[in-house]
Write a protein that binds this ligand. Structure first.
Ligand SMILES: [Zn+2]
Length: 405
């Protein structure tokens, strides 16, 4: 195994999650008779640059050309996007002559805020079905391509240079990491800024968020690993923020090396990471905590089932797929899934094959418990499901530790 960032040969294993189906490969009714493809899922870390990564690469054409996750289905995501767009528009003094590019722009949930304020935008979104939604519903100019060195050079030849490049929750998806970061450097104006958000490895490990490990997430970033990766392509991270979104994320701000002052936030976090980022025992204890969570959750579900309780699931998420498949929880305990995304309704979950319904089913059917697999949006979901809860329905939130609400 070769490190995806620095090329080191030989990586250390953290956790092996066995062979699993692709976490977002929801099944249509007519696909239920066929068997599903499964791929090995193993988490490793690089002793040289410290990057945590999975060993298997499933082709991006298989993973991302048809994608069922629309960011705008989450109110939290849209509000979060608006805040950063407004902030950058002011601090970078963006106007009609600027250009904001977003890599993996999804349905235009972020770029719409610049577009509405009169700042030119370009979305890059490989999932054609979602790129179309951005264009038709939000008027966000979007090209349906994979981003990397080649596309960045082509855009520059077409006369484009970005003041701001956003890349939220996409770097982890990219097989050619150095190609993507080189693409940022190419496309950026000399005084431009790259703003990247990615789930933070420390939060994943501290809060036992093992369910964020699936084939689409090739890498799990620390600031240490990101600093080395960006440095390899002439970019320097000059500011970092820790965000609560998605169970804990990093937002880094990078510019061309040597053009700006590196803030204390970067030095401080690098110093803190030095205490664990290359410590084998730290990774080993994570594996042990995952096993203990499995025992607790499976034990609770089995005892509720034995009491005759009915249990449904909220959230046909990729996270949920990892959790159910790795923990071996299926239709013997769970009845069905509800999800707000109309794209997912009527389909079945990968591996476990539970049917997905509209969330209104919860109040119509009133199961005793609902396992919340989109725990990262727990507050939002609990508020939306006030009626189900006021009639006695309870949510089981599995992560970071099992609790009933
Ligand atoms: Zn490495």
């Amino acid at each position: 195994m070769v490190c995806r960032s620095c090329g080191q040969v030989g990586l250390n294993t953290v956790l092996s999650l066995g062979n699993t189906p692709l976490a977002n490969a929801l099944l249509r009714e007519e696909e239920l008779s066929a068997s599903e493809s499964k791929w090995p899922l193993e988490l490793c870390w690089c002793p040289t640059c410290s990057l945590v990564q999975i060993s298997e690469t499933v082709s991006p054409e298989v993973l991302f050309r048809e994608y069922a996750y629309l960011s705008s289905f989450s109110d939290t995501m849209v509000a979060h996007a608006r805040t950063i767009a407004d902030r950058l528009r002011e601090t970078r003094k963006l106007g009609p002559d600027s250009l904001v590019v977003e890599v993996a722009s999804n349905d235009g949930y972020l770029l719409q805020w610049y577009h509405k304020a009169g700042v030119p935008v370009l979305g890059i979104e490989p999932a054609r079905n979602i790129a179309q939604v951005a264009e038709s519903e939000r008027g966000v100019r979007t090209i349906s391509e994979f981003f990397g060195r080649d596309l960045a050079h082509q855009l520059v030849r077409d006369g484009m240079r970005a003041d701001v490049i956003h890349a939220n929750n996409v770097l982890a998806h990219v097989a050619d990491l150095n190609g993507a970061v080189a693409g940022f450097a190419t496309l950026l104006k000399p005084d431009g800024v790259v703003v990247v958000e990615a789930p933070y490895l420390k939060d994943l490990l501290d809060h036992v968020e093992f369910d964020t490990i699936y084939h689409e997430h090739l890498c799990y970033f620390s600031l240490t690993a990101l600093t080395l990766l960006f440095g390899q392509q002439g970019l320097e991270i000059f500011d970092v923020e820790r965000l609560k979104i998605h169970g804990g994320s990093l937002r880094i701000h990078a510019a061309k090396a040597g053009t700006t002052t590196v803030k204390a936030s970067v030095h401080d976090l690098l110093e803190e990471e030095a205490t664990w980022v290359r410590d084998p025992e730290f990774y080993q204890s994570f594996g042990e905590r995952v096993e203990s969570l499995r025992r607790e959750l499976v034990g609770l579900l089995n005892s509720l089932k034995a009491e005759g309780k009915r249990i449904a699931v909220y959230g046909a998420s990729a996270k949920g797929s990892t959790l159910l498949n790795y923990f071996g929880i299926g239709s013997d305990v769970l009845e069905y899934v509800v999800d707000r995304s109309t794209v997912k309704q009527g389909r079945y979950t990968p591996g476990t094959r539970l049917k997905i319904h509209d969330p209104s089913r919860l109040t119509e059917d009133q199961p005793d418990y609902c396992l919340l697999l989109t725990w990262n949006f727990a507050e939002e979901v609990l508020a939306q499901q006030e009626q189900y809860r006021s009639r006695g329905g309870k949510f089981i939130i599995p992560i970071p530790s099992v609790r009933v609400a």
